[in-house]
Design a protein around this ligand. Structure first.
Ligand code: MEV
Length: 437
């Protein structure tokens, strides 16, 4: 009989009881169960209060990006990521940027947009006028929901309304602009939007369905730029390579998606380390990349009159330092302390700089030597460890596989066996010689 995942009251169980159910379903061993519940620095009962149906926690490596000089201040960057080379590439790129004076940044006030969808309106265009005219009443009602935010200078500041054509006919979308200060803002904005629904229904004569924040945070933008001396980046030809790599990405969405993925490699690693909402950042970034009607890059790379490389980036950055897991997860709190940022805007600007550095690291490698060399040694080490090697043997096996350009589990196992039997690794003949025999 096939197993069933159907169960009721799973959420009411404690993590141990839930794991017993999973253990039976997935045939987990006692060791596997113990590993799942060995949650290290995130106590199981804390994890159990963060999300639903918790059975454990998953640790991922936390590395530190170094060499970052941003607005003449030094930063260490905590980065949580499973992918090799990201932290090294960001640190290397930050060093090149440092040679040109570091990153410079700016950002808009931390304004998020809340949307209220009104449907079935007889006179949508006139309803739009009524909503705009009632601005003061709407803003007051919104701000009554969050006196704390208002007391620190935030709150609903403005609004707009737009009529859109949909498969269900015309709709009126009211957009509330909320200054979220040092919060990401989803809770504040959603609470306000929900509270406004009856008022919007009264003003429009329509029916309100959705009341929710938009992740396309075009009013919460952050920017970073840098000048990298051509000598620091590897010479004129490398600068040309990077500018051409950018031109390719700017013109072709298939390349732009990968270019932007490289930027987000860095940004999301910091977002994860600080327990911010990486889905919100990715959604906002990609939607922003298509703001001119075609999907393109979030960054630009040009050459100045001296032949130096000039990079810039602009993207929405809905991040917070208060509220949510950033204040409850013990490691996230330490990550914020390492970063040393005092406001959400400063945090956003550091993130934009990390994204630009990550992008530079990737483009330089791609335009110069290709990324595989750097990528491969860490990848090879991971394979060696997965094949059973530890410590020095893992390094030896990884080195040998990179040398042979054969980074595979079967080869790692072969090398480990060899080492067990002989205490050393036999050198294979280079492929070219073997083929010529
Ligand atoms: C890999 O994770 C990221 C890159 O593909 C980014 C890029 O191609 O620009 C190297």
């Amino acid at each position: 009989m096939s197993k069933s995942s159907l169960t009721s009251g799973f959420y009411k169980l404690n993590p141990k009881e839930r794991l017993a159910f999973v253990k039976k379903f997935a045939d987990l061993s006692d060791e596997e169960c113990a590993l799942l519940q060995n949650t290290g620095s995130l106590p199981l009962d804390l994890a159990d209060h963060m999300i639903e149906n918790v059975v454990g926690a998953i640790p991922i490596p936390l590395g530190i990006g170094v060499n970052f000089l941003i607005n003449n201040r030094d930063y260490l960057i905590p980065m949580a990521i499973e992918e090799p080379s990201v932290v090294a590439a960001a640190s290397y790129a930050a060093k090149m940027v440092r040679d040109g004076g570091g990153f410079h940044t700016s950002s808009t006030p931390p304004i998020m947009i809340g949307q209220i969808q009104a449907t079935g309106i007889r006179d949508p265009y006139a309803a739009k006028m009524r909503v705009i005219q009632a601005k003061e009443e709407i803003l007051k009602k919104a701000n009554d929901q969050d006196p704390m935010l208002v007391s620190v200078g935030g709150g609903a500041k403005d609004l707009d309304a737009k009529v859109i054509q949909t498969t269900q006919g015309l709709m009126l979308i009211t957009e509330l602009y909320v200054d979220c200060r040092d919060a990401m803002g989803a809770n504040a904005v959603n609470t306000m939007a929900e509270a406004l629904a009856p008022l919007i229904e009264r003003l429009t004569g329509g029916h309100v369905y959705l009341r929710i924040i938009s992740n396309l945070a075009t009013k919460r933008l952050t920017r970073a730029w840098c000048v990298v001396p051509k000598e620091a980046v590897g010479g004129e030809e490398v600068v040309n390579g990077i500018v051409n790599a950018y031109a390719f990405a700017a013109a072709d969405p298939y390349r732009a998606a990968t270019h932007n993925k490289g930027i987000l490699n860095g940004i999301i690693a910091v977002i994860v380390a600080t327990c911010n909402d990486h889905r919100a950042i990715e959604a906002g970034a990609h939607a922003y990349a298509v703001k001119n009607g075609h999907y393109t890059t979030l960054s630009t790379w040009e050459k100045n009159e001296k032949g130096d490389l000039v990079g810039s980036i602009e993207l929405p950055m809905a991040v917070g330092l208060i509220g949510g897991a950033v204040r409850t997860h013990p490691i996230a709190k330490i990550a914020v302390k390492i970063l040393g940022v005092k406001t959400a805007n400063e945090f956003a600007e550091v993130l934009a700089s990390v994204g630009l550095a990550q992008n530079l690291g990737a483009l330089r490698a791609l335009a110069h030597e290709g990324i595989q060399r750097g990528h491969m040694s860490l990848h090879a080490r991971n394979i060696a460890i997965a094949a059973g090697a530890t410590d020095e043997l893992a390094d030896l096996v990884a080195e040998r596989m990179v040398e042979e350009r054969k980074i595979r589990m079967d080869r790692a196992k072969e090398l480990i066996e060899q080492h067990k039997k002989t205490g050393k690794l036999k050198r294979n003949k280079p492929a070219s010689k073997r083929e010529s025999k």
